[in-house]
Design a protein around this ligand. Structure first.
Ligand code: APR
Ligand code: ZN
Ligand code: ZN
Length: 363
């Protein structure tokens, strides 16, 4: 296979090393694959986790995975997309045939067909694309099943965000939590993912949306996405505050979007006895949760984790983009800044300092 495309891409070469902008060779698409001209790609925590070795040791990585762009070329047998199509990329090209797929839970597909490791550095070193995407690059090679066509009028910076964190948050509320009209919802941790859960809850008609964070900047943003109440949990006990705001009952749905034991616990106790806890914050391997069994037994409802917002890209991306185009879904509010490929390292630092919901690379 030739390497017809020579592009610039953001590479993580080793554990904790600052990323660098390097030449990436992208092959022609093989069977079932597509090459996409990336137009925008958000900076997500997972990219930083790759750089830090938290996900795999398979360096070098081509980072970036929250992206939208235009299909440049497709390989043999691809019928779902064509050159010129405007697409959002997803990190789960589902097989449609495994037990999870057949039982209607494709987000747990055991047999994903993401892009293989075919892109290389200019010296031929194979690159591992982050989450099978690698979209901090002018072009990237993906499986055709990772491309979902959406309305081409949608701004790439906003559309790309549905490819990961913002979909995870909206889906945690709507798909996993089943938030519906009149529900009370509490969201613990209002970064990009939690704020998206606030937005999803507002979209679903929740009557009370309580945003909880330790950072007042995040709480101000959460209000813009539809929070009706805010609680700074550095100042007050969030479980008591949520109970007070829900007539002593606790919330119908509590979304945890931090990924720490203390906030998992708060989510557990802040829900109504028959309420649902949705865990979307990702813990680290050494974290454990210590709960009295009698409390687990004594509460009905449900304790659920949300995987990629339990989304079905072909169902959810076009629907959410239509709502965005109608002015009913504020995706632009997540784009704190747009940057170039050379500024990803700076964006990691801003993310670390909590200054942004999302920095988005625009090409
Ligand atoms: N209580 C409440 N909020 C907290 C706490 C705490 N103890 N600790 C941190 N936070 C807040 C931060 O202030 C921040 O606003 O949680 C938020 C986390 O947001 P981000 O760091 O922006 O992360 P985000 O991209 O939203 O992802 C959140 O979801 O999908 C997962 O891997 C992702 O675990 C991560 C989580
Ligand atoms: Zn499957
Ligand atoms: Zn992500």
């Amino acid at each position: 296979m030739g390497m017809p495309y020579e592009v610039q891409g953001v590479i993580a070469r080793g554990k904790g090393e600052a990323v660098s902008l390097e030449t990436v060779l992208v092959p022609d698409p093989g069977p079932g694959e597509a090459v996409v001209n990336v137009q925008a790609c958000g900076v997500c925590h997972t990219d930083l986790h790759y750089r830090e070795g938290g996900i795999s040791d398979d360096y070098p990585f081509l980072l970036g995975h929250e992206a939208a762009g235009v299909v440049e070329a497709v390989g043999p047998g691809v019928t779902s997309v064509s050159p010129g199509d405007y697409v959002i990329l997803n990190w789960r090209a589902v097989c449609g045939d495994c037990r999870a797929c057949k039982r209607g839970r494709p987000w747990y597909c055991f047999n994903t067909h993401n892009a293989a490791q075919k892109m290389t550095l200019s010296d031929g070193t194979p690159l591992s694309p982050a989450l099978g995407i690698g979209a901090f690059a002018e072009k990237t090679l993906v499986a055709a099943g990772q491309c979902t066509k959406v309305d081409p009028a949608a701004s790439p910076a906003a559309a790309g965000l549905l490819g990961c964190g913002i979909m995870a948050g909206i889906g945690a509320a709507i798909n996993t939590g089943g938030v519906t009209r009149g529900d009370s919802v509490a969201v613990i941790g209002c970064g990009g993912v939690g704020s998206a859960a606030v937005l999803g809850s507002a979209l679903a008609g929740a009557s009370k949306i309580i945003a909880v964070d330790i950072d007042d900047r995040k709480l101000a943003w959460a209000r813009e996405f539809g929070a009706t109440h805010t609680v700074n949990s550095a100042a007050v006990d969030p479980v008591e505050a949520i109970r007070e705001l829900t007539d002593g009952n606790g919330a119908d749905v509590v979304v945890e979007a931090v990924g720490r034991p203390e906030t998992y616990k708060q989510a557990f106790y802040a829900r109504d006895l028959a309420g649902t806890v949705v865990l979307v914050g990702v813990p680290t391997p050494e974290m454990t949760l210590d709960l009295p069994l009698l409390d687990v037994f004594g509460r009905g409802g449900a304790l659920k984790s949300s995987w990629y917002g339990d989304c079905l890209p072909s169902r959810d991306f076009p629907m959410l983009i239509d709502l965005y185009m109608q002015g009913r879904l504020n995706l632009d509010g997540f784009v704190t800044e747009t940057i170039g490929l050379s500024q990803v390292e700076e964006a990691f630092a801003k993310m670390h300092r909590g200054e942004v919901l999302r920095s988005v690379v625009v090409l």
